[in-house]
Design a protein around this ligand. Structure first.
Ligand code: NGO
Length: 529
């Protein structure tokens, strides 16, 4: 049966492409054809059509929407992704001769249902067509296409095998507008190259926001011209947990990261945490404390002991300078001001602080975003609250949502990628419990918090805190395979939610990580291919 299918595919491919293609070396490896239904996150609709498989060959061209530089960029990225393993030239052109097998990336005339990020992907014998309303949809479609090719497509070196894509149609668009991941640069600095590598991996799962936690008690990681010691002292030698995570992003490096992420359709969300989690800023500028005395630098992992001086005008000059500079650097709509665990700030002071600071974010043209504690403030009505609570009831957040606050779901006992998988996990924390893959997957962002209406949910985010992490291998081990679970909750329709299906698709994805050396956790809950 399988052999027959293989023979049929080869024959079909041979008929569909010129003789030169057929003569190309191939068929050394088994001709696995990835089913259309194996994609993560699960698409809205996938309709396989027998006998319509497409085989990529040395004559395949990538044709992109004429006149669209953004479509051309997506085409170039796709070509760069497929060239190493196939060894094919895959030229990217605005027009393609009809006789050549073609991957077309076309804008416009797509179904309105697809919105800005959706796409329709059609595969038949002569080519593949991805159609979308916007470049973000084309990008999403190409990520799906990469998953439809055999896993060896992620090999950095040429693999001789047939590159066949199953025939049929996928129609796809996201459930939630906001699908995020977070890196904590404060506890350990992560270099721009590490952040870019993470952007590459998360964007494959259609994550569209990367939140950077840029300041905390142990370090300050972004250049601010009006307060230069924040970065040079707060990001200097000896900063970070155990003094082992120094470094900061210059403005140029931050801008470069924003551009890099934007071409992967990922929006950067910067966070400066306040009024708590500010020890590093106070070490650099003692005038940010009430007594004017610099506190000792902190390299431990305690939380909740530092606070800006709420009654001091210096505080608001500092906050406004930072917000102004960060807003000017950041094209994305959100500016995250933390607001969590302000245990060293009285409740009255917390409200005073938020009444002044939340409107400052709007003053500089951004939507304020904060951890769910900001919901205590009536000034959070136009803000986004990030739900990190482990409880499934939170009347304060429900009341804020009734005033207009939108919510991004990151419940720590489900979505925190820094929680250990089990007691034996060498990295990570366990204060919110152990999170195996199924725990990360089996919940619904729209119904998780009692009485919080689905209409208030902007999306989901998977934060990864870095108290115990050092390098990219550590990030990968904690993020994969749980990040794809959160990505599926953010993208796929609730009706497609199914653990057995997700587990099977994840098992099939493992070899892709293997082939390009991603240090993922081989959860025993998954049968890895
Ligand atoms: C908490 C705390 C962070 C920790 C993290 C570790 C929030 C919002 N504040 O989450 O400072 O790093 O847990 O899991």
């Amino acid at each position: 049966m399988a052999r027959l299918a293989v023979t049929r595919t080869l024959l079909v491919a041979a008929l569909a492409v010129p003789a030169a293609t057929v003569a190309a070396p191939a068929a050394a490896a088994p001709a696995t054809i990835v089913p259309l239904t194996s994609v993560i996150p699960a698409p809205v609709e996938a309709h396989p059509i027998a006998g319509r498989d497409f085989r990529l060959g040395p004559l395949t061209v990538i044709r992109t929407q004429p006149g669209s530089a953004a479509a051309r960029t997506v085409g170039d990225q796709l070509a760069r992704a497929l060239r190493p393993a196939t060894g094919y030239p895959l030229p990217v052109l605005p027009v393609a001769p009809r006789v050549l097998p073609t991957i077309s990336l076309l804008l416009g005339a797509a179904d309105a249902r697809l919105g800005d990020e959706g796409y329709r992907l059609g595969v038949d014998r002569t080519g593949i067509t991805i159609r979308a309303n916007q470049p973000a949809g084309l990008f999403a479609g190409t990520q799906t296409l990469r998953q439809l090719l055999p896993h060896e497509i992620d090999s950095p070196t040429t693999v001789r095998r047939p590159w066949t894509v199953a025939g049929g149609v996928i129609v796809d668009h996201p459930r939630f507008a906001y699908r995020g991941a977070m890196l904590d640069l404060a506890r350990h600095f992560h270099t721009p190259d590490e952040i870019k590598a993470y952007v590459d991996e998360i964007s494959r799962f259609k994550i569209n926001h990367l939140h950077l936690h840029l300041a905390d008690d142990q370090g300050w990681r972004i250049q601010i011209d009006s307060w230069p010691r924040l970065a040079t002292v707060g990001g200097g030698p000896g900063t970070g947990v155990d003094g082992a995570g120094p470094g900061y992003l210059t403005k140029a490096a931050y801008r470069d990261l924003i551009r890099y992420a934007a071409t992967r359709h990922v929006t950067i969300v910067p966070e400066i945490d306040m009024p708590g989690h500010v020890n590093a800023a106070q070490v650099a500028y003692p005038e940010l404390t009430c007594d004017g005395v610099a506190p000792p630098p902190r390299t431990d992992t305690e939380v909740g002991y530092s606070s800006l001086c709420i009654g001091s005008e210096t505080t608001y000059r500092f906050v406004e300078d930072v917000i102004r500079e960060l807003a000017a650097l950041t094209p994305g709509p959100y500016l995250h001001i933390g607001g969590d665990e302000a245990h060293a700030t009285t409740d009255a002071d917390y409200l005073t602080f938020q009444r002044r600071v939340l409107p400052l974010v709007a003053k500089y043209g951004k939507t304020a975003y904060g951890w769910n504690e900001i919901a205590k403030s009536p000034a959070s009505a136009n803000a986004v609250a990030q739900y990190w609570d482990t409880a499934t009831t939170n009347p304060t957040v429900v009341a804020a949502a009734a005033r207009g606050t939108k919510v991004v779901m990151s419940p720590a006992n489900r979505a925190y990628l820094d929680m250990k998988y089990n007691p034996g996990t060498p990295l990570g924390l366990s204060w919110a419990g152990y999170i195996e893959v199924r725990t990360a997957y089996d919940w619904d962002p729209a119904t998780h918090v009692k009485n919080l209406p689905a209409s208030a949910i902007l999306g989901v985010e998977a934060p990864l805190w870095s108290e115990t992490l050092r390098d990219l291998a550590d990030i990968e081990f904690m993020a994969f395979p749980r990040l794809p679970a959160i990505a599926e909750l953010g993208w796929s329709p609730a009706s497609s939610h199914n653990w057995a299906s997700f587990a099977a698709r994840l098992g099939g994805y493992g070899p892709r990580w293997d082939v390009h050396d991603i240090n993922f956790y081989r959860s025993p809950q998954i049968s890895w291919d």
